[in-house]
Design a protein around this ligand. Structure first.
Ligand SMILES: *Cc1c(COP(=O)(O)O)cnc(C)c1O
Length: 399
């Protein structure tokens, strides 16, 4: 057994915790009515709009991403409203199921889990709408398929149809991994969570609301069913610090997220973080490309322009993906993400989000290649060599 060292979890979230985030989590509980915590909270709330590139309002909730979905629905939609869900994997559809449970009428533009949402179809559907669609729900990166959607094109499709639907985007896997510009792309509501690009444990969810979304919230009938904990009213205009978090703040997570945002600042801001993700994701894609061979490895997402920089879904053809993953975990100390929803036994996913450097990503790629060797599985060329080329020749390393 060679596996005696530090394991690495290369799944698409929860991602790896930086040591400084772990240290922040270990801080003793403070006074929650005055002092340091309030400063941390103010600083954090001041920085959060920048993370989504918006001047909209940030909400912080004690929940996972599913709670963020719920907050978005609870404050913009009422029973009988209609939403259009744009499918490119599992997550937008699941968000739609939450909307359906809130009494919302859900229509889904089906996708095939291998290609992005087609803005043309969105345009055509909205052109035919009688104005009953209140919102369009889409995942920026659908982690289950690793498709990254073109939000700007989707926004343009809505506008060109002359439609007033809100654009609500799940950025759980893209925030701090892939460029996301809430205001420039005129996204009305963005939802995210702490455990992916933001390098924190699961348990904190984030929602950003732009002006149009807040306007809609204010225009909803007052006798509608409301979800008290998630309701925007008190959170938008808190009478006390306590209201901002609807009760005791998620203290440890606030410290942790503040530390994670320090790391992002020290790296040089989001642009630098995105650029690093481009290189490291590029290394993974170069490896997959190099391995690719008929009957063996291939990309799940066919279009190069729609592959996420946070996660890569890899189809394994005739190679038994469970055997490959088990070997990586048990013998090599690398945990791969479970397969794609449309091919669970013949695929795996590699997360490359957040706190990641070249040796970590090369280690993961090397582990997969080692597994292919051990299994006598077919692959065309060395993925490790291809990844080293990408990293070695990137603008980061040739300076
Ligand atoms: C991880 C993820 C989710 C689910 O988040 P939870 O914290 O498990 O609720 C939803 N959407 C996307 C795009 C994700 O990556």
């Amino acid at each position: 057994m060679l596996n005696h060292g530090r394991d690495i979890v290369s799944i698409p979230g929860p991602s790896i915790l930086p040591d400084r985030v772990r240290t922040a989590l270990a801080r003793p509980m403070p006074n929650i009515y005055s002092g340091d915590l309030l400063e941390v909270s103010d600083r954090l709330l001041g920085r959060l709009p920048g993370i989504a590139r918006t001047e909209g309002h940030p909400f912080v909730i004690t929940s996972n991403g599913h709670g963020a979905w719920q907050m978005a629905i609870a404050n913009t939609l009422v029973p009988g409203d209609k939403v259009l869900v744009l499918e490119s994997g599992r997550f937008a559809r699941l968000w739609g199921e939450y909307a359906a449970m809130a009494g919302v009428d859900v229509e889904t533009l089906d996708g095939d889990y291998r290609s992005p949402v087609d803005p043309e179809r969105v345009h055509d559907r909205l052109l035919r709408d009688d104005g009953s669609i209140a919102a369009v729900l889409v995942a920026h990166t659908d982690t289950s398929s690793s498709v990254r959607n073109d939000l700007l094109a989707i926004r343009a499709a809505i506008d060109e149809a002359g439609h007033r639907a809100l654009l609500m985007v799940d950025c759980i896997a893209s925030i701090a991994c892939d460029q996301f510009e809430m205001d420039a792309w005129r996204v009305d509501v963005a939802v995210s969570a702490s455990q992916k690009g933001l390098m924190c444990p699961p348990g904190l969810a984030l929602v950003w609301a732009g002006d149009r979304a807040v306007e809609r919230f204010r225009s909803l009938p007052l006798d509608r069913p409301r979800v008290a904990y998630f309701d925007w009213e008190n959170r938008l205009v808190p009478r006390a610090f306590y209201d901002t978090y609807a009760g005791t703040p998620p203290v440890a997570h606030l410290y942790a997220l503040d530390a994670a945002l320090d790391l992002i600042d020290e790296e040089g801001g989001l642009d630098k973080v995105w650029a690093r993700h481009v290189v490291l994701a590029g290394a993974v894609r170069a490896a997959v490309e190099a391995w690719s061979t008929p009957g063996g490895i291939s990309f799940n997402v066919e279009s190069e322009d729609h592959r996420s920089n946070a996660v890569t879904s890899v189809l394994t053809g005739e190679i038994d993906a469970a055997r490959l993953s088990n070997f990586c975990q048990d013998e090599l100390g690398v945990t791969l993400g479970i397969g794609v929803a449309n091919a669970p036994d013949r695929s795996f996913r590699l997360g490359h989000m957040g706190h990641l450097n070249p040796h970590m990503i090369l280690g993961t790629i090397g582990a997969v290649e080692t597994a292919l060797v051990t299994m006598n599985a077919p692959f065309a060329d060395s993925g490790v060599a291809a990844a080293a080329e990408v990293i070695g020749r990137s603008s980061f390393t040739t300076r």
